[in-house]
Design a protein around this ligand. Structure first.
Ligand code: PLP
Length: 392
C-alpha cells in the first residue's frame, strides 16, 4: 500500500504504541483515585502535558486535553461566546474544517451573526478584509493555520496581532500545521489553539486546546474536576501518553518533514504536472505545508481517479475525510473560485515521514495511465476538452 493521505490521518508511530501499552496493560487505573495505583498515573498525564506543551512552547498549565481536534475547535468558540455574552458576532473563513464551519452555522441558526470570509483564488487570506470585518461585537476570530485540503498557510501571527489590537479573542485550528510548521504560541499570541494527535502519528481520539494564560475559559464538557475543572471526563491516560510521545517525535522530525518530505511532495507534484496534460495545482505554492498537493485533472471525476488509485494500492482523497461520502464538491475549492467541475476533478495527495521516493515514482508511473483510461471512456467531445491545458 502507498499511503498518500496523511492529512486524513497518520500511521501511529511504533514508538507511540510502545508508550501507550503500559497504560492499557498494567497501569490502567484512574488518575483521580486516592490510592497509589490510580493517582500515580497523574504524574504520567503531567509528563505528557509537558511534552505537548513543549511542541508549541506553551506552559503546561495552558494545555487542556480533549477528545479530538473537533472538540478543541468547538470548545474554543463555545468558551468565547459564554465569556462574552454581550457579543453576538463570530468571524471565520469560508475554507475552515467542518469542525469550525458547522459550529458557525449552528450559531447562525441560534441567532448569532457569523461572517465566513472569502479567500483569494490561490486560497490565501486578505488581511485587510479580515481587519475591516472585525466589529465591536465580534467575540472571536477563528482562522485555521494550515488548510487540510490545499496545505495553504494563513498568517496567524498577523491575525492574532490584529485581534489583540482590537481586543478580540483569537483561535487557530493548527491541526494540520503541527509537525509541519514550527509552532511557538508565545510569538503567535493567539488565545486558543487546537491540535489533534492523529495528524502527527499519535492515536485518534485525543487532542488538545491551548488556552493562553489569563484568557477566560468556560468549559465545554461539564462534569468532574479533571483538567483543573476545565474539561470533565476521566483522563484517557494511554492516549494522552501516546500524544506526548507523538509530540516529542514531531519536534524531532520537523526538519525531515521540511526537507525530505517537501522534496518528495515537490517531485510528485512536478512529475504529475509535467506528465499529465490538463493537470493543474489548486492553491498557492507557498506558503504551504511541505506535505500537501491538490491537483485538478480536467475532464475526469476525482471519484474515478481515487477508485483506480485504490486498485493500484494507492490511498489518496478528494478533500476532507470528514466530508467524504458527500457528493458535494469541496467547499474549500469552491471558496477559491473553482467551478464545480474543477472541484469535482481534484484530488489531494498528502505525504508523510514514512513515505519513500520509490512510492513517489510508483504513483508517477500509475497516474498518467489512470487519467488516460478515464478520459478514454468519456464521450469524444469531453476527451477533447480534457486535453486542453488548464489556466490556473
Ligand atoms: C484542519 C482540521 N481541523 C480539525 C480536524 C478535526 O480533528 P479530529 O479528527 O481530531 O476531530 C481536522 C481533521 O481532519 C482537520 O484537518
Amino acid at each position: 500500500m502507498v499511503y498518500f493521505d496523511n492529512n486524513a490521518t497518520t500511521r501511529v508511530a511504533p514508538e507511540v504504541v510502545e508508550a501507550m501499552l503500559p497504560f492499557l496493560k498494567e497501569q490502567w487505573g484512574n488518575p483521580s483515585s486516592a490510592y497509589s495505583f490510580g493517582h500515580e498515573l497523574a504524574a504520567h498525564v503531567e509528563e505528557a502535558r509537558g511534552k505537548v506543551a513543549a511542541l508549541i512552547n506553551a506552559d503546561p498549565r495552558e494545555i487542556i486535553f480533549t477528545s479530538c481536534g473537533t472538540e478543541s475547535n468547538n470548545s474554543a468558540i463555545h468558551s468565547a461566546l459564554l465569556t462574552n455574552p454581550e457579543k453576538r458576532h463570530m468571524l471565520t473563513t469560508s475554507v475552515e474544517h467542518s469542525a469550525t464551519m458547522k459550529f458557525g452555522e449552528i450559531l447562525q441558526k441560534r441567532g448569532y451573526d457569523v461572517t465566513f470570509l472569502p479567500v483569494e483564488s490561490d486560497g490565501s487570506l486578505d488581511l485587510h478584509l479580515l481587519e475591516k470585518s472585525i466589529r465591536p461585537d465580534t467575540m472571536i476570530v477563528s482562522v485555521m493555520w494550515a488548510n487540510n485540503e490545499t496545505g495553504v498557510l494563513f498568517p496567524i501571527e498577523e491575525v492574532a496581532a490584529l485581534c489583540r489590537s482590537k481586543g478580540v479573542l483569537s483561535h487557530t485550528d493548527a491541526v494540520q500545521a503541527a509537525g509541519k510548521a514550527s509552532i511557538d504560541v508565545k510569538d503567535l499570541g493567539v488565545d486558543f489553539l487546537s491540535l489533534s494527535a492523529h495528524k502527527l502519528h499519535g492515536p485518534k481520539g485525543i487532542g488538545l486546546l491551548y488556552v493562553k494564560r489569563r484568557t477566560k475559559y468556560h468549559p465545554y464538557i461539564i462534569g468532574g474536576g479533571q483538567e483543573r475543572g476545565r474539561r470533565g471526563g476521566t483522563e484517557n491516560v494511554p492516549y494522552i501518553a501516546g500524544f506526548g510521545r507523538a509530540a516529542e517525535l514531531a519536534m524531532a522530525g520537523l526538519d525531515d518533514e521540511n526537507t525530505r518530505v517537501r522534496a518528495l511532495r515537490d517531485k510528485l507534484e512536478k512529475g504529475i504536472l509535467d506528465r499529465i496534460s490538463g493537470a493543474s495545482r489548486n492553491g498557492a505554492t507557498e506558503p504551504r505545508t511541505p506535505n500537501t498537493t491538490n491537483i485538478a485533472f480536467e475532464g475526469v471525476e476525482a471519484e474515478g481517479i481515487l477508485l483506480l488509485l485504490d486498485q493500484a494500492g494507492i490511498c489518496a482523497s478528494s478533500g476532507s475525510a470528514c466530508t467524504t461520502g458527500s457528493l458535494d464538491p469541496s467547499h474549500v475549492l469552491l471558496a477559491m473560485g473553482c467551478n464545480a467541475a474543477r472541484a469535482r476533478s481534484s484530488i489531494r495527495l498528502s505525504l508523510g515521514i514514512y513515505n519513500t521516493e520509490a512510492e513517489v515514482d510508483y504513483v508517477l508511473n500509475c497516474l498518467p495511465g489512470i487519467i488516460n483510461r478515464l478520459r478514454a471512456n468519456l464521450p469524444p467531445e469531453k476527451v477533447e476538452a480534457a486535453q486542453v491545458g488548464s489556466e490556473q
